[in-house]
Design a protein. Structure first.
Length: 343
């Protein structure tokens, strides 16, 4: 490690970066089987700003190679701070981050070469062409010129026909595609997308989803933050939920829906009710405002849902229904519930 790199290491890390310390451990882990090692590993990560505000609190997170991980959370949850630390934009206060086995501080050049970032804000040189902007970004990482690769990226993102256009002439959605192309220009293995479809129309948003899937198919690991719950539900393999600077849950999407999803049974009644009979109070039923429907919420994970007993009690009470339907909780409802619990 040269002196310039040593000076870049925070004081709290210097005593652990000497030979025989954490640096040797990191070298050892970097040689482990890539199939067993997560491509991004975050350990005991915290960030406290000079004002005293603690943006991140003891974050532990492993991101699997080749997955799409969606990070959900309200404004101020710490999503962008976490991404910024992993990408080397913000310095951590405590903790460690590795990108494909490279420590982001002691091996910062190798770590950053593995990462592409598409920030939330659109920051482009208005007078540069699409081709020039993407080619320049590749050069920033010391990569040799490769017009064939740049052409492939632009074609994959439907930008090839606009390669000679100045960025100032592009729509907001096209500019966001250029940002993705710039992030991919140096052939990273990890791509961070911070609100990738913010401000774009529904059709373009679906095109972007398809683009992300194609990128994942090439082996790129993708981490996205989004406020569009349907976006996470549509694309992600795993869901991470952040609240108040903490990761409160990371779970496979299908398993999360299975574990935390509630189901509702809605009974459309023959006759309206003024109130729920006392002998049905134990079921936690809801009566719609017009008294025409009863709603029963149950947990699919329990051995018995209680539906059979409920229908039997309804029959004994003389309450008849003409139709029924069930509805599974959406990811949005699960997310809101988790955030409320984390506050």
């Amino acid at each position: 490690m040269n002196q310039e790199q040593r000076n870049a290491i925070p004081e709290w890390r210097k005593d652990k970066s000497n030979s025989g310390g954490v640096g040797d451990d990191l070298d050892h882990h970097a040689t482990a089987s890539l199939t067993m090692q997560p491509i991004v590993s975050v350990s005991k990560l915290s960030k406290t700003y000079a004002s005293g505000f603690q943006a991140l609190k003891n974050i532990n997170l492993d991101i699997r190679r080749g997955e799409i991980l969606a990070l959900l959370g309200p404004n101020g949850a710490g999503k962008t701070t976490l991404i910024s630390i992993i990408c080397g934009i913000v310095n951590p206060t405590e903790g460690y981050v590795q990108a494909d086995g490279h420590d982001i501080i002691t091996e910062y050049r190798a770590a950053r070469s593995m990462i592409g970032l598409v920030p939330q804000e659109l920051t482009t040189d208005a007078f540069e062409t699409v081709w020039g902007a993407v080619t320049f970004s590749r050069g920033l990482f010391g990569k040799p010129s490769d017009p064939g690769y740049i052409e492939k990226v632009l074609r994959d993102l439907s930008l090839w026909d606009r390669r000679a256009s100045k960025l100032m002439t592009l729509s907001g959605g096209m500019k966001r595609r250029v940002m993705i192309a710039k992030a991919l220009s140096h052939e990273p293995q990890i791509l961070f997308l911070d609100e990738p479809t913010a401000g774009v129309d529904v059709e373009l948003r679906r095109d972007m989803w398809e683009t992300v899937r194609l990128l994942r198919a090439t082996g790129v690991t993708i981490i996205l933050t989004t406020h569009y719950i349907v976006e996470a539900e549509e694309m992600a393999d795993r869901i991470g939920v952040m609240s108040n600077g903490e990761v409160i849950l990371v779970e496979d999407k299908t398993e999360l829906m299975r574990k935390l999803g509630k189901k509702q049974l809605t009974l459309q009644l023959h006759g309206k009710l003024d109130r729920i009979p006392d002998n049905l109070a134990g079921y936690g039923l809801e009566l719609t405002a017009d008294g025409s429907e009863l709603i029963y919420t149950y947990d699919t994970q329990t051995e018995r849902t209680g539906i059979t007993a409920l229908l039997a009690d309804l029959n004994r009470t003389g309450i008849k229904f003409k139709d029924l339907q069930t509805k599974q909780s959406s990811l949005e409802e699960i997310f809101v519930s988790l955030v409320k619990e984390g506050q």
